[in-house]
Design a protein around this ligand. Structure first.
Ligand SMILES: Cc1cc2nc3c(=O)[nH]c(=O)nc-3n(C[C@H](O)[C@H](O)[C@H](O)COP(=O)(O)OP(=O)(O)OC[C@H]3O[C@@H](n4cnc5c(N)ncnc54)[C@H](O)[C@@H]3O)c2cc1C
Length: 341
């Protein structure tokens, strides 16, 4: 959850001027432009956090080609983007995946998600490579404790204070959370199924000299407990030798998968299978529906899937969406430097 969650005033009739699917850089910057145009705006994101690929795939990597920053960590760029966007108080729906689009009465678009129904005049799809969801372990005991001691994200670290924590994984998330929580939790064990980490080498060096108990070549076999987790059985995948760890919480950081899934079924024309086809106004084949960022491609133009190109496409999409609602208006929003913000 972003730290500075804004207070949001929903439109009286519940119908937003623009809804943006995806809170990656394109979606967040699009929401900023929607604010510039005083459009009521809702962002719906499948993950419980904003940032898209930057947040889940490379939060600790440096980005050198983000406009205005000679060098910035991906996670810090996400923070700055959110800060810039939050000033307009968009409605942010996290942990919610949009599954269906249909056109309802008076051309109002209806979006159905795994949590409810949303109404909007225009739609901007900034779905990147698809809805992210955490990789899960196929294990009945893990399923039993999901949300009751087994977590895939840390949205609030308070429950871990003074507790015994098992972290599973070898990527940036696993290592960063072990380091972040090492002075907060009572004790942390990190198990990883290999001896090579995908995490940033400097973080791994820090981990290895920290009090975190690291068990390489180990995997989770079983979680034990009644109402809450009491212990976890882990095993050495070379010798099959089992160890029982007394733990209170388990954090599974096993990476993410992305799935464009349902969006492909909405009748939008596609481009080279993986993209939504757009024209140079970022319009898709359905009037009022736009696409921007990694999900969008124009015919005969090789996609350049970068943060900077996504920003530009999102700005174009939002300003054309504005003229879709207000056909008499100019596409050009005016310069932000001339506004009194
Ligand atoms: C390792 C790596 C390094 C990179 N380095 C750079 C770099 O240095 N510079 C650069 O410019 N680019 C870089 N990129 C590319 C850059 O990250 C992407 O171009 C950018 O993230 C695309 O932004 P986006 O907003 O279009 O999509 P994304 O960042 O993919 O965000 C899309 C969001 O939409 C959500 N979503 C999708 N479908 C749904 C749905 N149905 N319902 C709800 N939510 C949904 C997803 O969960 C996701 O959070 C890198 C990419 C990777 C993988």
């Amino acid at each position: 959850m972003p730290e500075n969650m804004p207070h949001h005033n929903p439109p009286a009739n519940g119908i937003y001027d623009v809804t943006i699917i995806g809170a990656g850089p394109a979606g967040l910057f699009g929401a900023f432009y929607a604010g510039m145009r005083e459009m009521s705006c809702k962002i719906i994101e499948a993950l419980p956090e904003v940032g898209g690929q930057l947040a889940v795939l490379y939060p600790e990597k440096w980005i050198y080609d983000a406009p205005g920053y000679p060098k910035i960590l991906a996670k810090d760029l996400v923070k700055r983007l959110w800060e810039q966007t939050a000033r307009w108080n968009p409605r942010l729906c996290l942990d919610e995946r949009v599954n269906l689009l249909r056109i309802g009465e008076d051309s109002i678009m209806v979006l159905e998600s795994d949590k409810g129904v949303h109404y909007t005049r225009t739609l901007i799809i900034c779905a990147g490579v698809g809805a992210f969801s955490p990789n899960k372990l196929k294990n009945e005991t893990v399923d039993r404790f999901e949300g009751r001691g087994v977590y895939y994200f840390v949205q609030d670290k308070t429950p871990f204070r003074g507790k015994r924590l098992l972290i599973v994984g070898g990527g940036d998330s696993a290592v960063d959370w072990a380091l972040n929580l090492k002075d907060y939790a009572k004790e942390i064990t990190l198990i990883h199924r290999r001896d090579q980490f995908r995490a940033h080498p400097s973080s791994v060096t820090e981990l290895m000299s920290s009090p975190v108990h690291v068990m390489l070549y180990h995997e989770l076999k079983e979680i034990r407990g009644d109402n809450h987790i009491e212990s976890a059985v882990v095993y050495d995948n070379r010798t099959k030798a089992e160890t029982t760890l007394d733990v209170d919480y388990i954090l599974l950081n096993l990476g993410f998968k992305a799935d464009l899934g349902p969006i492909k079924e909405w009748g939008l024309e596609q481009q080279a299978k993986r993209y939504l086809k757009v024209n140079n106004r970022q319009e898709t084949s359905i009037p009022g529906v736009y696409a921007a960022g990694d999900v969008a491609a124009q015919p005969d133009v090789e996609p350049l899937n970068l943060i900077a190109t996504g920003y530009a496409q999102a700005a174009i999409a939002v300003n054309y969406a504005y003229t879709f609602i207000h056909p008499e208006a100019k596409v050009f929003p005016g310069h932000s430097s001339e506004m009194r913000l």
